[in-house]
Design a protein around this ligand. Structure first.
Ligand SMILES: [Zn+2]
Length: 320
């Protein structure tokens, strides 16, 4: 029996998945079993304004569907992940600071352009969905995924479903107040978790304390981690402050959600044991009657958003 005869129609089905960020879009074709068959990367070009970004998203998605057909695959749905406040039920990007979206009915626009069902999700929530089902949290039923990058956001996933909240804004762990009177947060309040412990906050605080020459390039969070490991006391102080603040934030998360596993993703989590070991100890110290969650690094890397967007689209296809 030839290969073609043994390949069922379902094996040829793929989801077109786009994970749209402030600077770049990660794109993939994803099979029903989560296998990625093709990836692409495009610039978001957010400076061109939201209308141009929408055009680019639709053009790229359509081209990916064509690519799938040329490769003998059958694109059955589109999954889109974007940052900001997302109404997943209505498929509307309500607000996104770094892309400039305001009430954009992305799901409707995409479904009309591609002629197939589309799903719209929040970037961190779909990333958490993928990590909980296919990645570091796959053995746990209750998972908190925490992405620590430019900002900090979380996704609470129970039995493979991420809670979006009543207004599409659940999981804003980065705006939990951990240091009253502390550094000013992008949201306008002082002392939010992400103002102390995001990758950008770590870099900014080190630059302030080190008060290097004004024209000296700012050390990235990864460089601060390297300098802390090498014994630089200022870097160690900034790193320890970030770890302590993260432990406060995660302890609050555990008090609210009582999860089995906390999966850490985003740029800062790439520090590996240098972040996880002290954070695990600091979180342990904060547990009183709460059960301590397993603290594990994300397993899917940069593809988590695309995989999650694809899962969301597949879930929608299964709905009656
Ligand atoms: Zn804030």
């Amino acid at each position: 029996m030839g290969h073609a005869a043994t390949t069922s129609a379902a094996d040829r089905e793929v989801v077109v998945a786009l994970d749209v960020g402030g600077s770049g879009m990660k794109c993939a074709l994803v099979r029903r079993d989560g296998t990625v068959t093709h990836t692409e990367h495009h610039l978001t070009g957010a400076a061109r304004g939201p209308a141009a970004v929408i055009d680019t998203i639709l053009d790229v998605a359509e081209a990916l569907a064509d690519t799938a057909r040329r490769e003998g695959l059958a694109p059955v749905a589109l999954g889109l992940a974007v940052p900001g406040v997302i109404d997943e039920a209505q498929g509307v990007a309500i607000w996104s600071a770094n892309i400039g979206f305001r009430d954009v009915p992305l799901r409707k626009l995409a479904a009309a352009r591609l002629g197939m069902p589309a799903a719209l999700g929040h970037d961190v929530r779909v990333g958490g969905l993928a990590e909980a089902r296919l990645g570091a949290g796959r053995s746990a039923r209750h998972v908190l995924f925490v992405a620590i990058g430019t900002g900090i956001a979380a996704a609470h996933v129970i039995d493979g479903l991420a809670a979006a909240g009543a207004h599409g804004a659940a999981g804003e762990l980065g705006h939990v107040l951990v240091r009253p009177g502390g550094p000013r947060c992008g949201c306008g309040r002082d002392g939010c978790l992400e103002a102390v412990a995001s990758a950008s906050a770590v870099a900014r605080r080190y630059a302030e304390l080190a008060s290097t020459a004004p024209d000296a390039p700012e050390a990235s969070a990864a460089e601060v981690a390297t300098r802390a490991a090498a014994g630089d006391p200022l870097a160690q102080q900034v790193w320890t402050d970030a770890v302590e603040a993260l432990a406060d934030g995660l302890a609050t998360g555990q008090a609210l959600f009582d999860v089995e596993a906390v999966v850490l993703g985003g740029g800062l989590a790439r520090a590996g044991a240098q972040l996880l070991d002290p954070l695990r100890a600091a979180l342990h110290d904060r547990m009183t009657f709460h059960r301590e969650p397993r603290l594990v690094p994300a397993a899917l890397g940069a593809e988590a958003g695309c995989l999650g967007a694809a899962l969301l689209a597949l879930d929608d296809l299964e709905k009656p």
